[in-house]
Design a protein around this ligand. Structure first.
Ligand code: ADP
Ligand code: MG
Ligand code: MG
Length: 898
C-alpha cells in the first residue's frame, strides 16, 4: 500500500477527491499541481499512517515509510535542484499538518526545516543574503522549538520564551519591528534561542536534517491527540480515527527582500458573501506573519485598500506611500494571482481561501480550500453561484448548512439605540453580528460571566474554546485574515480585529483607549458589521432578512415535500413563525396561556375546587379567555392547520408554593390558608412527569376537556362568521391506552355536536393524539383506528424510552457525552437508533389501520437538521419546531428530498 503521495511540477499522485486519505490540504495541493497552478513540490504522508502511528508507535512506523519518504525527497531535490542535508546547496522544507477538514488546533507549521550551523553558510553563499538566511534560521528554531520540542509556555500568562528573548533584544537595541534587526541581532537570536532550548528541555537542538524531519513528522501525528485538536473534534463531532496527514514541501521564501512577500486571499467576501476578490499580504515576510498580526498587513486589491484606509482613517497619500495594495505595488503578480483565484473558484465551484508566497518576483500558491464564511455569506454565495450558472438549484440548496441559518435570525443592534451609543474606538469589521458582554482578557475565562467579550492583543489556536464561549471577540492587532477573524467567521461569531487604539495589559487586566481604562467585567458592545466598539450595553432587535435569504426559502419550498409547521402558543409567536414561512402550527400548548396574571387566578380556583360544581364554575371564567386566545391564533394562521393540545402538565405546577403567595390566594378565594396548603400538599407528586398529567387529567376531570373543546370549536365558528377559514386539530396528550383516547374523543365530539346543534352551523375539525409514551407506539394500529392524526412528542418519548428524566439529565448527560457513552444529547438530536424505531413502528402500524393518518413531529427535534431528514425518511407529513428554527427546517426538509 502507498503511504506517501507526491505532488509538484504539474503532476501529482493524488487529487482533490482523496481528502480522507491525504487530508484537505494535501488533496488540494495535489489537485492544484495537476491543473497547472504553481505549488512548491512536496509529498503527503497519509492519514492512515497517523492511525498506524497511534497503534504501533514511532519506532515501528518510521521504517514503514522511510523508503517512500526518501524517494519523494529525491524527487523534490530534482525539481528544486537542491539537496536535502547538503551544506552547500541545502533543500529546505516546510512540514504542515492537514486533517480531512481544516482544524485549528493541529500542529503549527514548521518552516525552513533543514537548517543548521553549516547549511546556513551554504545558504548565505548561494543567496548572498545574510539577513534572509539568519532570519530564516531564527524562525526555524523558534517554530521547531515551540511545536516539536515543547518550548511553548504551558501557562497563558507566561510569555513565550522566544518572544521574551526577542522583546529583550528589541528593548536593548531600542527598536520596535522585527524588520529592524541587524544581521548580528538575528545571529544573536539564533544562539540565544538554542541556549534557551537546552536550558528548558535539557536537549540540544537537533542539527541533522533527517532527525529534524522525523521529529517534525511525529510531532504532527502527536498533535492529533493534543487537547486543542480533541476539543475541536468534540464540538464538531469528528471521530478520533480520522487521523491527520503530514505535508512535507519545498520551501519558497517570502522573506528574501522587497521583491518577496506572503499573503492570504479570498475569492469572495467571507463576511458578507459579496463577489469581490480580497485579501491581505506583507512584503518581505514569511509564513504566518499576516495571520499572526505582527505587522499591519496591506490589502491585495486597490478597492480593498481604499476601503480599508477609510476605516483606519488613513489619508489617500499615506495609504499609497505606506500601505499600497498588491495591485498597485506588483501589478504583474497581481494579475497572475487574480487569474489563479478565478481558475480555482471555477474549478472548485465555491469560494476559495488561498495562501500564496512571492519569492523574488515569482508567485507560488501554497494552499486553497473552500473558505469559511458567515451564515449570511453562505446564503449569498450559494444563491449568487446559482444565478451565475455555476451551481444548479439542487447543488445550491445542498451548499447550505441549515444550522448556520440560525446566525441570520439572531438579533442585531437596534439602530435607534446605536444613535446614542458611545463609540470608543474602531477596528476592522472582521465578522458581522452584534455582541454585548463583559470584558475578559483570557480565553480560559470566557465563561466567567454570562455574556463575555474576549479582548486580546491577538488570538491563537489555543484560544479556540474560549472564542467559542464568548459572545464576541475583539483584538487590537491583526487584519481581516487574522486568526481571530477567520475563526470567528467560521463560528459565525461577531468579531472586530486590528483595533489599534486599544492598549491591552494582561497583567493588570485592563484595556486602555484614549486614556480611558476598561477593566475585566466592564460591559462593552461590538458591531461586527461596522467595526465599532461601543461602551456599555446596546439594545438589540430582530434582524431584517436579505433578498437572497428569501430566494433561498422559495427554492427550499420548491424541493421540500414535507411541510414545516411551528410550535406556537400565542398569536404573536404564530405571526412570527408565519413570517418565517411556517405552514401551520404543529403544537399549541394551551397551558402557557394559563400562566398570565389574570388567568392563573381562575386556573387556581379551578384546581382548588373540591367539587365538580366548583370546578365548572371556575372553568366558566377560563372559557372566554381561551376562546379569544384561539381566535387570535386561528386568525394569525388563517387557512392553515392548527394543532391544539389539551392541558398537559401536572396541576401542581399551577399552584403557589411560597407562603406569601399562598396567603394571597387564600384571601382572594376567601378560604383558609390551611385549605390552600393542604391542597398544594395533596397535589405534590413523587414523580410528576409520570404522574397525574396529560390525558390523565382530562380523564379524571372531563369538564376541563369539555371547556377546552368548547373554546376551540366556538373560536373556529366565530371566525367562520367573519369569513376566516380554520382547520383545528385537537390533540390529546400522553395517551398510552386506546380507552384513554376513546373517552376523551367522546367528550370532545359530544361538546362539538351540542355547539353545532345550538348554533346551527358547523366546521371541520379532527382529533388526534401525541405519541409520546412507548406503549402508544406499540399499539399505534389500535389507536389509529380512531385517531385522525399522530404527532410524535419526541421530548417525552425520548425521556420515557431512555428512562432519563428531562429535568435531571443535566447531572449525567454532560459526563456521558464527554466519555463518549452517548455521541449526542438525545434531547437535541433524535436518537434514530432507539427512539427512532418507535417512531418508524408507530407510523407504520398507524398507517396500516388508517391509510389517511396524518403524521408529524412536535418535539425539539423538529428543527434539528439530521432529525428532520429522519422524519422525511419515516414518511411524515410535517415537522413542527420553534418559530426561529422554521427556516432551518425548511432547508433541511428540502435537502432531505433531494
Ligand atoms: P495552517 O493549516 O495553519 O494554515 P499551513 O500549513 O498552511 O498552516 O502553513 C502556514 C503558513 O506557512 C502558510 O500560510 C505559509 O505562509 C507558510 N508555508 C507553508 N508551507 C510553505 C512553503 N512550502 N513555503 C513557504 N511558506 C510556507
Ligand atoms: Mg496554523
Ligand atoms: Mg494554511
Amino acid at each position: 500500500k502507498t503511504r506517501v503521495y507526491r505532488f509538484g511540477d504539474k503532476k501529482a499522485d493524488g487529487n482533490s477527491t482523496m481528502k480522507n486519505l491525504l487530508g484537505g490540504k494535501g488533496a488540494n495541493l495535489a489537485e492544484m499541481s495537476r491543473i497547472g497552478i504553481p505549488v512548491p513540490p512536496g509529498f503527503t504522508i497519509t492519514t492512515e499512517v497517523c492511525t498506524e502511528y497511534n497503534q504501533l508507535g514511532k519506532n515501528k512506523v518510521i521504517p514503514l515509510i522511510k523508503l517512500e519518504v526518501e524517494e519523494a525527497i529525491r524527487e523534490i531535490e530534482k525539481t528544486m535542484k537542491t539537496k536535502f542535508g547538503d551544506d552547500e546547496n541545502p533543500l529546505l522544507l516546510s512540514v504542515r499538518s492537514g486533517a480531512r477538514v481544516s482544524m485549528p488546533g493541529m500542529m503549527d507549521t514548521v518552516l525552513n526545516l533543514g537548517l543548521n550551523d553549516k547549511a546556513i553558510e551554504g545558504v548565505i553563499r548561494k543567496t548572498k543574503n545574510e539577513r534572509f538566511a539568519w532570519d530564516s534560521y531564527r524562525r526555524f528554531i523558534q517554530m521547531y522549538g515551540g511545536v516539536v520540542m515543547g518550548m511553548k509556555p504551558e501557562n497563558k500568562e507566561d510569555e513565550d520564551p522566544f518572544e521574551e528573548i526577542i522583546d529583550h533584544l528589541k528593548e536593548k537595541r531600542n527598536i520596535k519591528l522585527d524588520t529592524e534587526f541587524t544581521v548580528q541581532d538575528l545571529q544573536d537570536l539564533v544562539y540565544d534561542f538554542k541556549d534557551a532550548v537546552k536550558k528548558k528541555t535539557g536537549k540540544n537542538f537537533p542539527t541533522d536534517p533527517w532527525d529534524q524531519l522525523w521529529g517534525a513528522v511525529m510531532a504532527v501525528f502527536d498533535s492529533w491527540n493534543g487537547n486543542r485538536a480533541m476539543y475541536y473534534r468534540k464540538i464538531h463531532g469528528y471521530p478520533a480515527d480520522w487521523g491527520t496527514a503530514v505535508n512535507v514541501q519545498a520551501m519558497v521564501f517570502g522573506n528574501m527582500g522587497t521583491d518577496s512577500g506572503t499573503g492570504v486571499c479570498f475569492t469572495r467576501d467571507a463576511g458578507t458573501g459579496e463577489n469581490v476578490f480580497n485579501g491581505e499580504y506583507l512584503i518581505n515576510a514569511q509564513g504566518e506573519d499576516v495571520v499572526a498580526g505582527v505587522r499591519t498587513p496591506q490589502q491585495i486589491t486597490r478597492l480593498g485598500s481604499e476601503r480599508w484606509a477609510q476605516l483606519a482613517q488613513i489619508s489617500e497619500k499615506e495609504r499609497v506611500a505606506s500601505y499600497p495594495s498588491l495591485e498597485e505595488l506588483m501589478p504583474e503578480i497581481f494579475t497572475e494571482l487574480d487569474g489563479y483565484q478565478k481558475t480555482l473558484e471555477n474549478h472548485y465551484r465555491d469560494m476559495q481561501d488561498m495562501e500564496f508566497t512571492i519569492q523574488q518576483g515569482k508567485l507560488w500558491i501554497l494552499q486553497t480550500r473552500n473558505g469559511k464564511r458567515t451564515g449570511a455569506a453562505m446564503v449569498k454565495i450559494a444563491m449568487d453561484l446559482l444565478e451565475e450558472g455555476v451551481l444548479d438549484e439542487k447543488e445550491a440548496l445542498m451548499r447550505i448548512d441549515p444550522n448556520k441559518l440560525d446566525e441570520l435570525l439572531h438579533p442585531i443592534f437596534d439602530p435607534a439605540a446605536l444613535k446614542d451609543a458611545e463609540i470608543i474606538a474602531q477596528g476592522l469589521p472582521a465578522s458581522p453580528g452584534a455582541a454585548t458582554g463583559q470584558i475578559v482578557f483570557f480565553a480560559e475565562e470566557a465563561s466567567k460571566y454570562k455574556y463575555t467579550i474576549l479582548v486580546r492583543t491577538e488570538t491563537s489556536p489555543e484560544d479556540l474554546e474560549g472564542m467559542h464561549l464568548a459572545r464576541g471577540i475583539l483584538t487590537a492587532r491583526g487584519g481581516m485574515t487574522s486568526h481571530a477573524a477567520v475563526v470567528a467567521r467560521g463560528m459565525g461569531k461577531c468579531c472586530i480585529s486590528g483595533a489599534g487604539a486599544l492598549k491591552i495589559n494582561y497583567k493588570t487586566r485592563t484595556m486602555t483607549v484614549d486614556g480611558k481604562v476598561f477593566h475585566d467585567g466592564d460591559w462593552i458592545s461590538l458591531n461586527g458589521s461596522t467595526g465599532n466598539i461601543i461602551e456599555g450595553k446596546v439594545a438589540t432587535r430582530e434582524p431584517e432578512l436579505s433578498g437572497e435569504f428569501g430566494e433561498l426559502m422559495v427554492l427550499a419550498d420548491q424541493y421540500a415535500t414535507m411541510k414545516v409547521r411551528t410550535n406556537a402558543d400565542t398569536p404573536k409567536d404564530a405571526a412570527v413563525a408565519r413570517s418565517f414561512g411556517a405552514q401551520g402550527i404543529g403544537l399549541t400548548r394551551t397551558e402557557h396561556m394559563f400562566f398570565e396574571v389574570d388567568r392563573i387566578k381562575a386556573m387556581r380556583e379551578m384546581i382548588l375546587a373540591s367539587t365538580v360544581k366548583g370546578r365548572k364554575h371556575a372553568l366558566k371564567d377560563l372559557l372566554p379567555m381561551q376562546r379569544s386566545d384561539f381566535e387570535g391564533i386561528f386568525e394569525a394562521m388563517q387557512g392553515l392547520p392548527v394543532t391544539i393540545r389539551l392541558l398537559d402538565p401536572p396541576l401542581h405546577e399551577f399552584v403557589p408554593h411560597q407562603l406569601a403567595t399562598q396567603k394571597e390566594l387564600a384571601d382572594e378565594l376567601h378560604i383558609s390558608l390551611d385549605a390552600v396548603k393542604s391542597k398544594v400538599a395533596e397535589l405534590e407528586e413523587f414523580n410528576p412527569m409520570l404522574g397525574h398529567r396529560g390525558c390523565r387529567l382530562g380523564n379524571t376531570y372531563p369538564e376541563i376537556t369539555e371547556m377546552q373543546a368548547r373554546a376551540i370549536i366556538e373560536a373556529a365558528l366565530n371566525l367562520k362568521e367573519r369569513g376566516i377559514e380554520t382547520h383545528p386539530e385537537i390533540m390529546i396528550p400522553l395517551v398510552g391506552t386506546v380507552n384513554e383516547f376513546l373517552e376523551q374523543e367522546k367528550v370532545i365530539r359530544e361538546t362539538a355536536e351540542s355547539i353545532f346543534a345550538k348554533r346551527k352551523t358547523k366546521i371541520n375539525y379532527s382529533i388526534g393524539t401525541m405519541i409520546e409514551i412507548p406503549r402508544a407506539a406499540l399499539l399505534a394500529d389500535k389507536i389509529a383506528e380512531h385517531a385522525d392524526f399522530f404527532s410524535f412528542g419526541t421530548n417525552d418519548l425520548t425521556q420515557m424510552t431512555f428512562g432519563y428524566s428531562r429535568d435531571d439529565a443535566g447531572k449525567f448527560l454532560p459526563i456521558y457525552l464527554e466519555k463518549g457513552i452517548l455521541k449526542e444529547d438525545p434531547f437535541e438530536v433524535l436518537d434514530q437508533e432507539g427512539v427512532g424505531q418507535l417512531v418508524l413502528m408507530g407510523t407504520e402500524r398507524g398507517r396500516k389501520t388508517n391509510p389517511h393518518l396524518k403524521v408529524g413531529i412536535c418535539g425539539e427535534h423538529g428543527g434539528e437538521p439530521s432529525s428532520v431528514e429522519f422524519c422525511y425518511r419515516a414518511g411524515m407529513n410535517y415537522v413542527s419546531c420553534s418559530p426561529f428554527r422554521v427556516p432551518i427546517a425548511r432547508v433541511a426538509a428540502a435537502q432531505a428530498a433531494i
